[in-house]
Ligand binder design. Structure first.
Ligand code: ATP
Ligand code: MG
Ligand code: FE
Length: 340
């Protein structure tokens, strides 16, 4: 069975073809990053309009890449939520219209389930059960995953998501939008221990996290450093040191809580998903935990993409879960998905 996957929840248009026996055949992505950069953040209306422009050409490119035609498609999966309402509607409309024209089922997919299952598209495939650490631009959550559709929330950020904290801190340091990845590159050049930042909620005893206070701590560090240099702009080295201190703090908290989640569940496998899963230091730290096998999605599948949606859709199709219709859910907790 050949599933077309459509992702349009935010500022990436992703389209992919997943074959239930041959695997991922094609995936195409257009990121709107450059378009939103001049506004310093995603402009929802521009995002929706751009998705509409990209969906057809990306789908055609996918079919061509896979050597398939529209008639070969068995089902169309799309991101139903959570995300920006208008952006979701663009993908939902396209997916439903195409499925209707082809007389094939349409499969609504939860965006976070896509992220959560994306490590199964890698070379090193985790078996169930596992602890999933979902660290993206909008979410930071620990989930116990016992099977497809069987997800229990163990803990989450009570304020900013880790990726959001990366982006906001980057902005505060004057890095261009979206600064998360750039900040982590600069952290490579920073010296560990040059600045000390707090580890919020490290000892809270539960699996919840908090990252919004870190950006305030960074602001304080920046102001102090500048004051001690007669108000001069930060030197590159100081800025890089602060990037390193910020990343150290986030990684420390995520690593400690990951170990706690593994202890609590007794699971031996840890799966990391979402954009922050691309972070080199997080990969290093979580990849070297004792007696734990850590799985990361391929770098290209960490951030938003159509492949994870096509894949999640294919699993739903195989599980013969009832196909859905035309609907979007901008706010939609993953815990609302219950096993069929
Ligand atoms: P959600 O899935 O929760 O709706 P999203 O789709 O916007 O959010 P992703 O596309 O999974 O999130 O990830 C984007 C986030 O990942 C951004 O916040 C970005 O800064 C962050 N990110 C990407 N690369 C890195 C990196 N190397 N280090 C840290 N953060 C990174
Ligand atoms: Mg994005
Ligand atoms: Fe995402």
């Amino acid at each position: 069975m050949l599933v077309l996957g459509i992702e349009s929840s935010c500022d990436e248009t992703g389209v992919a073809l997943y074959d239930t026996s041959a695997g991922l055949l094609a995936h195409q992505l257009h990121t709107q990053m450059a378009m939103h950069a001049e506004y310093g953040g995603v402009v929802p209306e521009l995002a929706s309009r751009d998705h509409i422009r990209r969906l057809v050409p990306l789908t055609q490119a996918c079919l061509q890449q896979a050597g398939k035609s529209y008639a070969d498609i068995s089902a169309v999966a799309y991101t139903q939520g959570p995300g920006l309402g208008g952006a979701l509607l663009a993908g939902a409309s396209f997916a439903n219209a195409l499925a209707f024209a082809l007389n094939k089922p349409v499969i609504p997919v939860h965006h976070l389930e896509g992220h959560l299952l994306s490590p199964l598209l890698g070379d090193d495939i985790p078996e169930f059960p596992f602890v999933a650490l979902l660290v993206s631009g909008g979410h930071s959550q620990f989930m116990a995953v016992r099977g497809v559709g069987d997800y229990t929330l163990l803990g989450e950020s009570v304020d900013d998501a880790a990726g959001e904290a990366f982006d906001k801190t980057a902005k505060l340091l004057g890095l261009p939008y979206p600064g998360g990845a750039k900040l982590s590159e600069l952290a490579k050049l920073g010296r560990a221990g040059a600045f000390e930042l707090p580890r919020p909620m490290l000892h809270s005893g539960d699996l919840n996290m908090s990252f919004s206070g870190l950006k305030t701590a960074v602001l304080t560090a920046v102001n102090k450093a500048r004051a001690s240099d007669n108000g001069a702009p930060l030197s590159e080295q100081t800025r890089n040191d602060i990037c390193r201190a910020f990343q150290d703090a986030v990684v420390d908290v995520l690593a400690a809580k990951a170990q706690q989640a593994l202890r609590q569940t007794g699971f031996k496998r840890l799966v990391v998903a979402g954009g922050v899963g691309a972070n080199w230091q997080l990969r290093q730290r979580l990849g070297s935990l004792n007696k734990v096998h850590t799985y990361f999605p391929p770098l290209s599948l960490c951030t938003d993409n159509g492949a994870m949606i096509a894949f999640a859709g294919a699993l739903h199709l195989q599980a013969a879960q009832p196909a859905g219709g035309f609907d979007v859910k901008p706010r939609w907790p993953l815990s609302d998905i219950v096993q069929a």
